[in-house]
Design a protein around this ligand. Structure first.
Ligand SMILES: Nc1ncnc2c1ncn2[C@@H]1O[C@H](COP(=O)(O)OP(=O)(O)O)[C@@H](O)[C@H]1O
Ligand SMILES: [Mg+2]
Length: 379
């Protein structure tokens, strides 16, 4: 089974939207798919999938010994099953290790071609361990500064998890890491390449364990809610930071524009890929599904950096093409009268409000970043 964990760091960036629609696209391609709501405490994937109510979820498996298979709900889409989350559990962070291990084991034993996991926001250890069920997990971000920073910090935490599991008790590296972990401020400031240099010269065995483990870890980006082609270029910055400061190679699965049709799809309680398969958003999801299917056989062999370079270029190209298609579509709506001038004026007004809001947010964040940089935080 292929595991496809979807994480982000920041909430509201489109994880559930991607999980729901991608699972449908893969099921439509003939794969047996299970989509699991692992945003415990904030479960809402059933709504995105158009399922109105659920009686019990993962909590029943964790605390009442109900088998995970018994919780699976067959959706209206052939090949697609849904594993409901649990809003009764106060968040993934609050599950004890013993229960987390039970959950990971249960998930591993499920029978399907793909298990898509909608993970909650945040960087708790439990979320990270779910993310690490695959070496090719998906990180969703939007082009905003907060979202990209959060995606980066999420990955930084994952790299720390690799350090944590690679350094054995009693080793030099372990002791250094423990010292670091005792002080959150130091962790924040840590420049990983320098730290690893020290480990390599003082404790080469530990360094090797870490490098062996991390070289297979090649997470994949999805850049969501683009407004314009230039937004896609921010992906390159996230990639550069990951490379330079974390020694990580990021792959790119593609871009998705913000699509107003998503709101109408939500209101009609249908995933957009069923509601409007021809929309820019649905087409972007199909494209992502195709990319996932095309590399499925090489799940655990590290891929070449040059291929990722190409994938980043492809994503930029797609951002250009979709932008044109978006305007063509708008023009069609205007021509057919499906969209009138009043609608258009309304849209422009709302967008203006959003832009102003974002501008304010940006200024605030910029000042925070400047302060953080002055205090020596690396990004
Ligand atoms: N590309 C998009 N275009 C339009 N709306 C979107 C897009 N992606 C996400 N949304 C909307 O943004 C909100 C947050 O998305 P969601 O998938 O719930 O995020 P997350 O699961 O990361 O918290 C939802 O209302 C969703 O419908
Ligand atoms: Mg969600």
């Amino acid at each position: 089974m292929h595991f496809l964990p979807i994480a982000s760091g920041k909430g509201g960036v489109g994880k559930s939207l991607l999980a729901a629609n991608l699972s449908i696209a893969l099921a439509q391609a003939g794969k047996r798919v299970i989509v699991a709501d692992l945003d415990l405490g904030g479960s809402n994937l059933h709504l995105v999938l158009g399922i109105r109510s659920i009686s019990r979820g993962i909590g029943a498996f964790l605390f009442q010994n109900v088998a995970l298979e018994e919780l699976l709900i067959q959706t209206e889409i052939p090949n697609l099953q849904f594993l409901p989350g649990d809003s009764e559990i106060p968040g993934m962070a609050n599950i004890k290790t013993q229960h987390k291990n039970k959950l990971l084991k249960g998930l591993r034993n499920l029978k399907a071609d793909y298990l898509i996991m909608d993970l909650g926001a945040g960087t708790t250890l439990n979320t990270i361990d779910c993310f690490l069920m695959s070496n090719r997990g998906i990180v969703v971000t939007t082009p905003t500064l907060t979202a990209t920073l959060n995606a980066y910090f999420f990955l930084k935490n994952v790299v720390f998890r690799f350090l944590d599991t690679s350094f054995k008790k009693g080793s030099w590296a372990r002791e250094q890491l423990n010292k670091l972990l005792a002080n959150t401020a130091q962790v924040q400031k840590l420049y990983l390449p320098k730290f690893m240099e020290a480990v390599e010269s003082n404790d080469p065995e530990s360094a090797q364990h870490f490098f062996d483990a991390i070289k297979r870890f090649q997470p994949r980006l999805v850049f969501n809610m683009l407004e314009k082609p230039e937004d896609a270029e921010r992906a390159a910055r996230v990639r550069r930071s990951c490379r330079e400061y974390l020694g990580l190679d990021l792959d790119h699965l593609g871009v998705i524009y913000r699509d107003e049709l998503q709101d109408t799809a939500l209101n009609s309680r249908l995933p957009i890929i069923l509601y409007k398969p021809q929309s820019i958003l649905s087409q972007a999801i199909y494209r992502i599904a195709e990319k996932i299917l095309s590399v499925e056989e090489i799940d655990d062999t590290p891929m070449d950096w040059e291929l990722f370079e190409e994938n980043f270029q492809v994503a930029n190209q797609e951002a250009e093409e979709d932008f044109e298609a978006k305007f063509q579509y708008l023009q069609e709506l205007l021509d057919t009268g499906a969209l009138n001038m009043a609608d258009l004026i309304d849209t422009v007004k709302t967008q203006q409000l959003e832009i102003n809001q974002l501008r304010k947010e940006n200024l605030l964040l910029k000042s925070k970043v400047v302060k953080a940089l002055q205090a020596g935080v690396k990004l």
